[in-house]
Design a protein around this ligand. Structure first.
Ligand code: KG4
Ligand code: ZN
Length: 428
């Protein structure tokens, strides 16, 4: 290993060891703060188009929860319009928080702290939840816990099963795509992220361009859900998509190129149809190869994710970044609901001796529970609890943890890829 890399990793390994020694946030450890046996955190999520609230206790029990989704409105608009999202958050936040509290049979006096997403996300949306959370803190004299949305997606799994730090995490959603090592509640090493679209964004835009909403049973589904369902009717080997960033031996992602290949094919097929059959594919009509395109596109996205994860695992192996006998890949974010992608990732985990841990779909997509649980993990470890409310503000963009993408690229790991036929056998 080059000297510069080995010194980076000595310090990374030291950090990991230090954190696993000091870690107080697995279930068996004693919380250092507070001293009460049972405590409750109320969490608020408004980073994008879901208004969510939940109350959880320190054992991960969900006392009450409520969620208002704006999905249908944004599907009708053909995408998220930030001022519309803001208005809907404002209209629903009061009821969502009150519903969650009512379901919990607790009142604000019982709550130990209030957590709210403050970064990253749509500024107009973030500000609604943060301000509402701060107001609760002022009114009931509670501490505030600002939450990083991607940290919350990462930690959700620890609410439902035992996953010790450090672990590898892949977050795939409508707004984000990243690979990281989670070392502690508030410590992450960023191995890679998307240089353009997030996978959910590419799926949503492609579903819209393919007019999947015109198929009645798909009309209320998100783009990603619709493509997953449509793919079941298609042949994933019908179209061969290029492998994104195959010349870059790093762990970054790119989905815009794949999306553009589909768009070009749609345009081509629409033009062909118009010329040969004199029937326009304008308006409501779907192109004949719609299901094959969905299946091949989904396969290409899954394969790209699998390859970046495989390289990340080989990087971990080379640099001894995770304990040998206890390696877990956590996958979360909305796209982690996709069972096809999960099966493909399971193949990589089997090959590399990792446990695969994915929260149930309800906890993969945005919700208030994950924010409340992130707040609880921080409350139990006394990490980032705020009393001066004015010191906290929203941040539209905010990377997760320490960026070591350059070190990953410098390692330039040439992987021996898992064969297509191994994936095909697993998904049939
Ligand atoms: O995590 P999330 O609720 O919001 C963001 O933080 O982005 O993720 C929403 C994304 C959307 O792009 C949606 O199309 C995608 O998750 N999604 C799926 C599935 N369910 C939701 N993508 C693929 N397959 C699914 N089953
Ligand atoms: Zn999310």
């Amino acid at each position: 290993m080059p000297r510069i890399l080995s010194s980076v990793f000595r310090s990374i390994k030291y950090e990991i060891q230090k954190h696993s020694r000091n870690s107080v946030c697995n279930f068996s450890s004693q919380p250092i703060f507070p001293t009460r046996e049972r405590c409750f955190v109320l969490g608020i999520e408004t980073s994008c188009d879901d208004t969510g609230c939940a109350i959880v206790d320190n054992k991960g029990k969900i006392l009450g929860e409520a969620l208002h989704s704006q999905q249908q409105v944004h599907l009708d608009f053909g995408g998220i319009i930030p001022p519309v999202a803001k208005k809907l958050h404002q209209e629903h936040i009061e009821k969502v928080v009150q519903d969650a509290l009512k379901a919990s049979h607790l009142n604000m006096d019982d709550i130990d702290a209030v957590a709210a997403t403050v970064k990253p996300g749509l500024p107009l949306s973030l500000v609604v939840g943060m301000n509402y959370g701060k107001e609760l803190c002022r009114k009931f004299a509670k501490p505030f816990i600002p939450v990083h949305h991607m940290e919350a997606h990462t930690l959700t799994i620890r609410m439902i099963q035992k996953v010790d730090f450090p672990f590898l995490v892949l977050l795939i959603s409508g707004g984000h795509c990243l690979l990281a090592i989670a070392q502690a509640v508030d410590k992450y090493l960023l191995l890679g992220h998307s240089i353009d679209d997030a996978p959910g964004e590419a799926l949503d835009k492609t579903a819209r361009r393919l007019k999947l909403r015109n198929i009645p049973e798909f009309s209320k589904l998100s783009g990603g859900q619709a493509i997953e369902k449509a793919s079941e009717r298609g042949n994933l080997l019908a179209f061969a998509f290029p492998s994104p960033m195959s010349d870059y031996r790093n762990c970054d992602f790119s989905f815009a190129g794949l999306k553009n290949v589909v768009t070009r094919h749609i345009l081509h097929e629409e033009a062909e149809n118009d010329a040969f059959f004199c029937v326009g594919t304008e308006g409501d009509q779907l192109i004949p190869s719609v299901f094959d395109l969905c299946a091949s596109f989904q396969f290409a996205i899954a394969l790209h994710l699998c390859r970046r994860v495989q390289r990340a695992m080989e990087f971990v192996e080379q640099n001894d970044l995770l304990p040998l006998n206890n390696r877990t890949l956590v996958v979360s974010g909305g796209v982690a609901c996709n069972r096809f992608i999960a099966k493909m990732l399971q193949v990589v985990c089997n090959e590399k001796s990792y446990q695969l841990a994915i929260p149930p779909p309800k906890l993969c997509t945005d919700n208030g529970i994950m924010i409340a649980w992130n707040g609880m993990e921080r409350w139990l470890t006394n990490a980032g609890i705020v009393n001066d409310l004015d010191s906290v503000n929203i941040e539209a963009k905010c990377p997760l943890g320490k960026d070591i993408r350059d070190a990953v690229a410098e390692a330039s790991i040439k992987c021996k890829w898992i064969k297509h036929k191994v994936f095909i056998a697993a998904i049939q």
